[in-house]
Each structure stands twice: as C-alpha cells, then as structure tokens.
Design a protein around this ligand. Sequence first.
Ligand SMILES: C[S@@+](CC[C@H](N)C(=O)[O-])C[C@H]1O[C@@H](n2cnc3c(N)ncnc32)[C@H](O)[C@@H]1O
Length: 231
Amino acid sequence: MKRRVQPEWLDTLPPDDPGAGRSRRDLRRVNAWMRGHVIMSRALQHAANGDHPKQILDLGAGDGDFLLHVARRLAVSWPVMKAILLDRQQIVTPQTVEVFATLGWRAEVVGGDVFKWARTAADEPVEAVVANLFLHHFSDPQLVGLFRAISRRTRLFVALEPRRGCWPLLCSRLLGCIGCNAVTRHDAVVSVRAGFVGGELSAFWPAADGWQLTERPVWPFSHLFVAQRIR
Ligand SMILES: C[S@@+](CC[C@H](N)C(=O)[O-])C[C@H]1O[C@@H](n2cnc3c(N)ncnc32)[C@H](O)[C@@H]1O
C-alpha cells in the first residue's frame, strides 16, 4: 500500500464545531484501543534508561488528554516535569492543566503551527519531544524538514503513528461499531493510508550518525519511532 496524505476533517473544522468536539472525544477512545499511552510511556522510560527528563514537548498535542494519560503512568518515577503542549488549535482546558499540576507536571500550552516552531525555536532545546498520531499529517518533504528541526533541539524523540496496512485499515473502517462519528471515521481511514511501515521514518532523520534509531510495528495498530542521541 503506497503512502497517501490527504486532508483530515478535524484539522479543518473550527474547534467549537460540535462534530469536531465529538471527534476529539472519540480520539480519546481510539487512543485507548490503540494502547497509545501504554506504548508511549514504556518507550519513554526505556529510552530514558533511569534518567529523568525534566521537560517534554508534545507536538500536535490536541486537547492534551493523550499526554495527561502518559503523565499518569510516569509521574511516580518522573514527579517533576514541564510539559509543553503545542498545537495549532488551542483546545487544552484549564481543568486539564490543573490535573497535570496534581501530578507535579507543569503544563504550558503553546498555540501555533509546528512548522513555525521549527523555524523559530532554534535556541530553545527541550529534553524530550513526543508526537502521537501527528506525523502522518505531513508529506515526506515536510517530514524531512520537521525532523531536521527536532534533531537540532532534543536528545530524545518518540513518535507513535498509525501503521499502514490491511489490518489497521480494516479496523479503521469499523470505528462506527464503537460509536465514532463521521469525522472520526473519515479521518481514521485517511490516517492509516498516510501512516508508516518499515524504516520509512528513519529514512527522513537527518543524520543517523550520533543517533540511535529504532523503528518498529507495535501491536495492534501502531508504528513506533524512537530517535535517541548517543553522543
Ligand atoms: C489526530 S490529532 C492528535 C492529537 C493528540 N496528539 C492525541 O493523540 O490525542 C492531530 C493534532 O495535530 C494538530 N495539527 C495538525 N497539523 C498541525 C500543524 N501544522 N501544527 C500544529 N498542530 C497541528 C491538530 O490540530 C490535531 O490536534
């Protein structure tokens, strides 16, 4: 299956559109079915190898609920954290920021386009960068540029994306069965077709020299990419 990037409805609907709001809630359920929080927190802990990063930047963080679930899993071993939530749409509620705070994580919400961040934040390194269901929005040349910017700013990057393949595609077509709305059902199929397999993301990383790259499928529907600076 050839990679195909197409517009997603959730990206074009205004944040206060009822269909968009419902789809954001669906996304929480989809993340739970994909076991995204579990996979991401394990990948972060494994890569950190006993070290405790003090800052995490989540690219395309949405309403912040994904990172909040990761925080719930990590807060015992990583009790002090600055969590930066970057998204084009500013939809993180004050309540979500408060829940982060109860875990000891200080959440900072940053509104804006990731490519603007890539162009302007050169002097602001961050210890760890994560992305969930985000990279598949972009074309191959866009990912090359984005990865260059990420590699200049961090020592650890973990991304979890849809795996492109028949099984994820079949399941994305069945999301109506768990009550997902038309926006979610459309975007899920588009996301799988724009997802990744094999070593596709590693090929976009600018300089494999000095970096350890890990890329693999994760059951049931995901594709995991980890880039870790080794010197
Ligand atoms: C599928 S949602 C995933 C949200 C969140 N990571 C999660 O797992 O729930 C993708 C998010 O990427 C954001 N997004 C898409 N293109 C973007 C861009 N160019 N810059 C910043 N955010 C973007 C959208 O607003 C949306 O919230």
